[in-house]
Structures are given as C-alpha cells and as structure tokens.
Design a protein around this ligand. Structure first.
Ligand SMILES: Cc1cc2nc3c(=O)[nH]c(=O)nc-3n(C[C@H](O)[C@H](O)[C@H](O)COP(=O)(O)O)c2cc1C
Length: 305
C-alpha cells in the first residue's frame, strides 16, 4: 500500500479539477489517497474586488504569506508521494500555498518525493523556480513538474482571465473570445500522469530522484515569455517593497500606492512586451545561450520529450 498526499488550493475550481483528473488512476486499492485543501487564515474572496486583487501583490512578491489552519494529516505522518497543486499569483506561488510551505506543516515534505502541478494564465516560470527553492528548503525531493495554462491566445487571456477573476464568469466573451480558465480536454488529459504513476508504484520506494513523468509532455516552455517574466520580476520587486513600507495587506495607509501600482501596470504590460521583443531581436546572439540554459532549468525535473 502506497500513501499519496494531495495538497492543493483553488478558487475558481480549475486547480481542483486539474488535480482530481491528475489523480483519477491513483484511486486504486494499492494506494491510500489523502486530500488536503489548504485553508489560509486570511480571506481571499472569489471573485475578487479590483482593489483586493492588487492589494495581495506585495505579499505575493515579498514572500509574506498568511498563516494556515492546521491540516488534517498528523505532524509525524509519512507519505510515499506528495502531489502539490497550486496556482500562480503575481509571478509567485499563490499566498495560501506559500503559507503552507512556510508553515511547520511543510515538514511532511521532508525526504519525500514531490510532484508539482501548476495551473495559471501562462506566466509560470518565476513561480515554478520559487517553488523549487521552497521545496528544497523544507527537504522535499522534487521529482516532476507539470504545467497547465489557460486556453486561448495569450493576448485574449489578458481579457478573459481578469474577467474570470473579477466576475467569476468563464463563458466565451462577446462571442469572439474563448472561454476563460483551463480547457476541459487539457484537464481530462492530465489523467495520463496519474496512470504513469499507478503503473510504476514500485519506483516510489526507491531513494532516487528520478522523474516519473518523462516523455508525457509535462512542461511546454514558451521562450517568448522568458524576458517578459524576467523584466516583470525586476519591476515587481521594488514596487512590492515600497507598497509594503506603506502598510500591511488591507491597511488604509497603502491604498494610494497600491492604486498607483495598478494603474502603472496597465501601461507597463504593453511596454514590457514591446521592450522584450526588441531585446530579443537585437541581442539574440548574445543572450541565446543564457535563455537556452534557463529553458532547460524550467523544463526540469521532468524534462520535455
Ligand atoms: C491575485 C492573482 C494573481 C495572478 N497572477 C498570475 C500570474 O502572475 N501569472 C499567471 O499566469 N496567472 C496569474 N493568475 C491567474 C491564476 O493563476 C489562474 O487564474 C489559475 O487558474 C487560478 O486557479 P484557481 O481558480 O483554481 O485558484 C493570477 C490570479 C490571481 C487571483
């Protein structure tokens, strides 16, 4: 009997549906599945109000998560595998998931194999690298990373994702733009990963760091997002520090700075996209190697076929 712990947090239900599909073939007599939905002590109501949405930005970027309520699994419980399903908030793992990883309960990851499943609009690179560091800090053995992004062209998701987050509406917009969130077919297809694990249960007992999900298309890296994410992180950090200087999440004193950040972000996004394209065109020979090695890092640990 193998023990598998599923840790997740979800607002719209995308992460929940993704991890349910992922684990479909793990619901067998040889596996004991334990589900743990993270419950943060701070409230993040969905759909979001516009201000609350931007007000979580500094804590996301600075890594100042909320406390979480005690999980149902015991302090000294051991598992053969942990599946950690999370979403990206402002290029970082969402605050509830950061809250779990920075809590004493993250001890459960120590010396245990961990597979991450990230669901987001399409900018997951920085969050994924942050996640790898956080897992390493608590002694987890990160063996695979699976990435699932929202449906539709990236430009359309600049409208469909905020509409989903601020209104809860997922349907096609204006009859032209695709539905928001993750495509159903992509969710169903995640079951291939659980199947692979179920067919290789013995591998959970060895002490290697060998990935289990190689060759299944766990991660697709779009190189075009490497520079925008890099610039985004660079720009986010000072803003997050300044906003935090003016007060904590929810405090009146930081309303003006959070509003200024929100307004500049609307203008900054097209500028960043243009600058990134220019940098990529002008400096391609100089940065090609660096980008290629970063892409390899992003593909790890599962790699790409
Ligand atoms: C506060 C906030 C910030 C977000 N920032 C990002 C981001 O930086 N990159 C991205 O690709 N998606 C981002 N998203 C989109 C979510 O990752 C995406 O909607 C995900 O599917 C949410 O899953 P859930 O509804 O199951 O929680 C953000 C969402 C929220 C609420």
């Amino acid at each position: 009997m193998k023990r598998v712990l599923v840790v997740y947090y979800s607002q719209s239900g995308d992460v929940t549906r993704a991890v349910e599909s992922f684990t479909k073939f793990l619901q067998t007599a040889e596996i004991e599945l334990t589900w743990e939905c993270i419950k943060p002590k701070d409230n993040y109501p969905f759909p979001w109000s516009l201000y609350k949405f931007f007000d979580v930005f500094p804590e996301c970027v600075n890594g100042e998560p909320p406390e979480i309520y005690p999980p149902k699994f015991g302090n000294d419980e051991k598992f053969d595998l942990i599946i950690l399903a999370y979403q990206v908030w402002f290029l970082a793992p969402s605050l509830p998931i950061q809250g779990f990883l920075k809590s004493k309960y993250a001890k459960v990851l120590e010396n245990t194999k961990v597979i991450t499943l990230v669901v987001c609009r399409n900018m997951w690179h920085s969050a994924s690298e942050t996640m790898k560091k956080m897992i390493a800090e608590v002694g987890g053995i990160h063996i695979d990373n699976v990435v699932l992004t929202h449906q539709g062209p990236p430009l359309a998701t600049f409208i469909t994702t905020p509409r989903l987050l601020l209104t809860g509406k997922k349907n096609r917009f204006l009859g032209v733009l695709p539905a928001a969130g993750v495509r159903d077919e992509d969710i169903y297809a995640l079951s291939r990963f659980g199947k692979q694990i179920a067919n290789n249960l013995a591998a959970l007992s060895d002490s290697s760091r060998q990935p289990m999900l190689q060759g299944l298309g766990a991660v697709e890296v779009n190189q075009r997002y490497v520079i925008p994410e890099f610039i985004g992180r660079l720009v986010y950090r000072p803003w997050a520090k300044i906003a935090r200087f003016f007060g904590k999440q929810g405090s009146w004193s930081r309303i003006p700075i959070v509003c200024i950040f929100a307004v500049q972000l609307i203008f900054a996004i097209p500028i960043v996209l243009i600058v990134s394209t220019v940098v990529q065109l002008l400096f391609a020979p100089l940065i090609h190697k660096k980008i290629a090695s970063y892409v390899e890092l992003l593909k790890s640990p599962s790699g790409v076929d």
